[in-house]
Design a protein around this ligand. Structure first.
Ligand code: ATP
Ligand code: MG
Length: 278
């Protein structure tokens, strides 16, 4: 990291303004918690890495994403040390088993969840310093519409909402999308339906959500909010087994239905978001 991107106590703090989302950054978010954001982020990263992409996953849940647990990584240096000036950004980036890079927040980052203008600016500096080194950056965010989640999503040029077919997950996904439309002027939201029971469930659910949005969420006169169905991931017992073993599904059981679905999702992300300029 050069001096410009290094967060220091002395650097003057600019007034917080609207954030211009960064290209090549995809926020993986959800309305309801526990729907599979971290599972999708980590395995999608591995599937994209398999395809030759340079991928970074950032714990944008400020230490609560549990990426460390899922990936069995316990680095000594985390984003927290970069923020406090104890380490360089490069030192905090670790290599995950799936051949991608990970930036873990570290437990100390929770204290930054107050999101002062300094924290926001430092985050933005760190993110823009990282971007040139990767084909895609995935932000594993928290669930819901708290300040921290919305800030993390605001950094990204693309939003991938993970939802399950459960009614509670869908109403929460709807609430999140509504806020992203209103507060971040999002007009395109990408959907992944996780833990589906049957083929085609996710597309039907996305269509239903789209109909509700068309009726009740008006962006601006003449403007439509568009949901893009990126894929479904079936409910699969192999997922829990991989989590229990702290392994990536893509590596431990590449042929299981959920792993195949994640690989397909990676192909679609590659075609639509990486190979096409954002
Ligand atoms: N396709 C699937 N099939 C079966 N189980 C799944 C699937 N996806 C996720 N799970 C289960 O759901 C659990 C929670 O997933 P995960 O931790 O990725 O959710 P999350 O959205 O990141 O949660 P949080 O909101 O707490 O960050 C996993 O540990 C796994 O056991
Ligand atoms: Mg998570």
């Amino acid at each position: 990291m050069n001096d410009e991107t290094r967060p220091t106590a002395e650097r003057p703090v600019a007034k917080p303004g609207p954030i211009k989302p960064l290209g090549k950054v995809v926020a993986v978010t959800s309305g309801k918690g526990g729907v599979g954001k971290t599972f999708v982020s980590a395995n999608l990263a591995a599937a994209l890495a398999k395809r030759g992409q340079k991928v970074l996953v950032l714990d944008a849940d400020l230490g609560l994403a549990n990426l460390d647990v899922v990936l069995n990584l316990y680095p000594k240096i985390t984003l927290h040390d970069v923020f406090t000036g104890k380490a360089k950004l490069e030192e905090a980036i670790v290599r995950a088993p799936g051949g991608f890079s990970v930036l873990l927040a570290g437990s100390g980052m929770v204290e930054y969840s107050r999101l002062t203008p300094t924290v926001r600016q430092d985050f933005l500096h760190i993110m823009s310093g990282l971007l040139p080194h990767y084909d895609i950056v995935l932000l594993d965010t928290g669930a819901g519409i708290s300040d921290v989640v919305l800030f993390a999503v605001s950094l990204a040029s693309e939003v991938l909402v993970v939802a399950t077919p459960e009614p509670t997950s869908l109403t929460d996904a709807y609430a999140t999308i509504k806020v992203l439309v209103g507060e971040q002027q999002r007009r395109t939201i990408r959907m992944v339906i996780n833990q589906t029971a049957r083929m085609g469930d996710g597309r039907a659910i996305t269509t239903q959500l789209q109909q509700v949005l068309d009726r009740f969420v008006v962006a601006k006169p003449g403007e439509k909010v568009r949901l893009i169905h990126m894929g479904d991931i079936p409910a699969d017992t192999a997922v829990r087994q991989a989590v229990m073993r702290r392994q990536l599904l893509i590596l431990s059981t590449p042929g299981c239905p959920a792993a195949l679905a994640v690989s397909q999702l990676a192909g679609k992300i590659e075609d639509t978001l990486i190979n096409k300029p954002l």
